[in-house]
Design a protein around this ligand. Structure first.
Ligand code: TRP
Length: 370
């Protein structure tokens, strides 16, 4: 039986924080260890260029994210771990997909639409500050996924629409040129917690409320000490509901440990003592990985070599596949006979049923004739 292929991209636009660790790195690394699973993890550095025009930041983030995933136990021998920009077949496929993607479909992409709506609301040109890169974001993402014919793409809810668009691109291409792509599916991790940040809102770079995953010990302690609490005094019972500190602890602790902190809250533990407990628990999990991380950060050559090896593995799939796709669309050696058979299969294609979910949450269907 052939295995299920999973694929995930991480945009290289920041420093990994505890929220990334709990929500993405830790579950992904665990998942990659399951038998019968073939995983692809890549650093989406072409995607980062859409948001960031600071070369030093892009490079720094790429290094930090690669070092973090490796330090957290991702085994590059077991998975395919690569950098998007080391696989030139991906931008090439992006163009092929661009040519089978309706502009109207991209008009509806959330990130683009949000910017247009914002511009319209503030009375400026609808496309103000919108690059063609932002508009094309879903096509590049579609190429990432379809390049390796991934079956499942683990993503957060905000990315479901992109996976649906990738499915659509797979269908459109297959419809014209024969069955080349597997339509991917989004895999939503319901059980994975979103971690609150220092101010109690979701931990996110855009709220500037993050705790860096590998902050030095002293800084980690200071940051945990600055998590918002209410003003209840030592001896007064504390509420666990809405306590960011409690939720963060829960993401690291066993059930028994969580139960005893719950009890300590009820018994009126002082906030300072609760914070010390949370710090020690997190630090216990992070310390061994932090040491590996720091060693890797001092050895960029090692990470570079790992990524290049990963790209070689990725291209063992991408290069021949792209060759077949080039042939399928008619970009080929002029001495070769254009295969009439391929053209015929495409013509004989069946009518196509398409399904979308729009931002209103409703499903929409389309039936296209062959
Ligand atoms: N868009 C994803 C994010 O912002 C990153 C990404 C790029 C990705 N290409 C992908 C995720 C392909 C899954 C599959 O998080």
């Amino acid at each position: 039986m052939s295995s299920t292929r999973f694929l995930t991209g991480i945009t290289t636009s920041g420093t990994p924080h505890l929220g990334n660790y709990v929500g993405s790195i830790r579950p992904s690394v665990r998942h990659s260890l399951i038998e019968g699973v073939e995983s692809y993890y890549f650093l989406a550095d072409y995607h980062a260029l859409i948001k960031i025009d600071d070369p030093a930041r892009i490079q720094r983030s790429t290094l930090e994210i690669a070092a973090s995933w490796l330090a957290c136990g991702l085994d590059p021998e077991r998975v395919v771990f690569y950098r998007q920009s080391d696989v030139p077949e991906i931008p090439e496929l992006t163009w092929f997909l661009t040519c089978v993607t309706g502009k109207g479909v991209l008009n509806r992409a959330h990130a683009y639409k949000a910017q247009v709506d914002k511009n319209t609301a503030s009375g400026v040109d609808p496309d103000s500050d919108v690059t063609a890169g932002l508009f094309m974001y879903p096509v590049l993402m579609g190429a990432d996924i379809l390049m390796f014919n991934a079956h499942k793409v683990p993503v957060g809810r905000d990315q479901i629409q992109h996976i649906e668009m990738a499915r659509d691109m797979a269908h459109s291409f297959n419809h014209r040129y024969g069955e080349h792509f597997v339509p991917p599916e989004a895999e939503i991790e319901e059980s994975v917690a979103t971690l609150p940040g220092l101010d109690g809102r979701k931990m996110s770079k855009s709220y500037d409320n993050t705790i860096p995953l590998f902050a030095p010990r002293e800084q980690l302690k200071k940051l945990i000490a600055s998590i918002v609490t209410d003003s209840r005094l030592p001896g007064q019972a504390k509420e666990v509901a809405d306590s960011a500190l409690f939720q963060i602890y829960q993401a690291f602790a066993t059930q028994d440990e969580t139960a005893s902190l719950r009890q300590a809250y009820a018994n009126g533990i002082a906030w300072g003592d609760a914070k010390q407990l949370v710090f020690e628990r997190i630090d216990r999990e992070i310390t061994p990985m932090r040491e590996t991380y720091q060693a890797l950060m001092k050895d960029p050559a090692k990470i570079e070599a790992i990524l290049l090896k990963g790209a070689t593995k990725a291209r063992q799939i991408a290069t021949p596949f792209m060759g077949r796709l080039r042939q399928a669309v008619g970009l080929q050696d002029l001495r070769a006979q254009v295969s009439a058979k391929v053209a015929k299969t495409a013509k004989a294609a069946k009518p196509l049923f398409k399904q979308y979910r729009e931002s209103d949450g409703k499903f929409y269907f389309k039936l296209l004739d062959a």
